[in-house]
Design a binder for this molecule. Structure first.
Ligand SMILES: [Zn+2]
Length: 133
């Protein structure tokens, strides 16, 4: 993922559909279990599969990552590193209306949750038609 480290962990976890702390803890537990098996010269069991939610970023283009990244980058118009190019800043300082990234994310989720295995173009069009009415 081409998202900056400064993006909030909660938002990244939501996008990836994983609890990273829980996943890391489970991986450590599985590795310890395998290590104990190796020490005892037992047959090494394979790691238990880590549960993941559905990937809500499936088929989402890289432009989404650019958009997420823009929320933590300095405003190109103000050219001051402390001023972040958020939708609030763009609206209130430059009078440029940009939809909030969390609102866009909710729209993406509605589309990608339609059918986790296969989303047809018609289903995507139906969702966007409902939103526009
Ligand atoms: Zn600015």
């Amino acid at each position: 993922m081409m998202i900056s480290k400064r993006t909030s962990t909660e938002f990244v976890e939501e996008m990836l559909g994983v609890d990273m702390e829980k996943m890391a803890h489970k991986l450590v537990t599985e590795c310890k279990k395998q290590w104990e098996e190796r020490k005892r010269r037992h047959e090494i069991t394979s790691k238990a599969k880590i549960e993941k939610q559905n990937n809500l970023l499936r088929a989402i283009p890289n432009t989404w990552c650019k958009l997420v990244k823009s929320q933590i980058t300095p405003c190109p118009k103000c050219k001051k590193p402390e001023i972040i190019c958020s939708s609030w800043h763009m609206k209130n300082i430059h009078t440029v209306e940009i939809k909030d990234i969390h609102d866009i994310w909710r729209d993406i989720c509605e589309t990608t949750k339609l059918d986790q295995k296969r989303i047809t173009r018609n289903e995507i069009t139906q969702v966007s038609n409902i939103k526009n009415t």
